[in-house]
Design a protein around this ligand. Structure first.
Ligand code: FES
Length: 351
């Protein structure tokens, strides 16, 4: 059905009359093609179709509410370290997956509901607006005010109470996703960062090969990552433990080591430092052989590994903790104790 089938007095103000084409003239060098005749949507002329659209929009907003509730339930109910197998990703953290999916659905369905509402139920009339001076006159401001009220009226939000109520519900619930995440700001870790899996006699295992290491396996100038023996990536709690115990092994020329304690805690120039940055805990992964500097890729904190891993640049406020190492009777590298200071972000210790 076209606009000609609807009595003009029943049309919204913006749809009455047409914007007629205008030929080019001296003032306007380009011809104005005008607006094409308006084609009404099925929802404009069939109340049952409009009701169907209304129910679809309400369904999308309701799905958003359920997804937000699912988000909160996932956050509360799924253990932080639970992993599940997902093809083709492999093992992923179950809580992260659930949070991502539910929040994605909650936001998507709000957007989809709003778009469907706008496309099927709000006015879709094209309106020609003539250019006018930038400064708005009182009449224009009054017209904007009137247009705003007209827009609110044409959005049918007053009449479609089901849409209004479900939209308000979805928009009210979705911010709760952010609020519940605030729980992760606490509690403070207390003494948890003071203890790692390292202790006297624990072998240093190469993180790539899973083999214990001898000093001869580590070349001068190389960077090797190590973990405590017995810590397997399929173990329950692996992520928590490796986040505290991950180690960098660097072999320096002993005479290049400036710090006396560092030299005493090393073995034949091999020094072992926590791989966890003392700023906010990113894994350090870059090492510059000539300068003996280790660089954190997150915010560029730089540590001098030949001088007690002190901070020489960047936001980290604390040197990297060093692990005291030696070799056992069979010639394998082993820890001689746990770290003597907490690993990871130093700001936990403030105040
Ligand atoms: S986490 Fe390393 S510099 Fe910020």
């Amino acid at each position: 059905m076209s606009s000609q089938d609807i009595p003009e007095e029943n049309l919204p103000a913006a749809q009455r009359g047409t914007h007629a084409p205008k030929p080019a003239d001296d003032k306007n060098p380009f011809a104005d093609p005008g607006l094409p005749p308006h084609e009404h949507r099925i929802q404009d002329i069939d109340e049952r179709a409009a009701k169907r659209s209304e129910r679809t929009v309400a369904l999308l907003f309701t799905v958003s509410m359920l997804a937000t509730i699912g988000f909160i339930a996932s956050f509360v109910a799924i253990p932080h370290d639970k992993s599940i197998y997902v093809f083709p990703l492999g093992h992923v953290n179950a809580m992260n997956l659930a949070l991502g999916l539910t929040l994605g659905v909650a936001l998507f369905t709000i957007g989809a509901g709003a778009v469907h509402w706008a496309r099927t139920l709000m006015s879709d009339e094209e309106v020609a607006d003539e250019r006018h001076p930038i400064e708005a006159s009182p009449e224009v401001r009054a017209k904007v005010h009137a247009d705003f009220k007209q827009g609110a009226k044409e959005s049918v939000i007053g009449r479609r109470k089901l849409i209004r109520n479900t939209m308000l519900g979805a928009l009210t619930l979705v911010p709760l996703s952010g609020v519940v995440l605030l729980r992760d700001l606490g509690p403070l870790p207390g003494t948890k960062l003071r203890h790692t899996l390292w202790n006297k006699g624990k072998l240093l295992v190469n993180m790539n090969t899973n083999e214990p290491m001898r000093p001869s396996d580590i070349a001068v100038g190389s960077l090797t990552f190590a973990k405590p023996e017995g810590l397997d990536e399929h173990d329950h709690g692996f992520q928590n433990e490796i986040a505290k115990a991950a180690l960098m092994l660097i072999r320096l020329e002993p005479e290049a080591i400036k710090d006396k304690r560092e030299l005493e805690w090393s073995h034949e120039g091999i020094v072992a430092y926590s791989k966890i940055c003392t700023h906010v805990g990113c894994p350090i992964s870059l090492y510059e052989q000539q300068t003996h500097h280790a660089l954190c890729p997150c915010h560029q904190s730089t540590f001098d590994l030949a001088d007690g891993a002190r901070v020489i640049f960047g936001p980290a406020g604390h040197a990297l903790p060093q692990l005291r190492i030696g070799v056992n009777d069979e010639g394998y590298l082993e820890a001689l104790s746990d770290f003597e200071e907490p690993v990871g972000p130093a700001f936990w210790e403030r105040g």
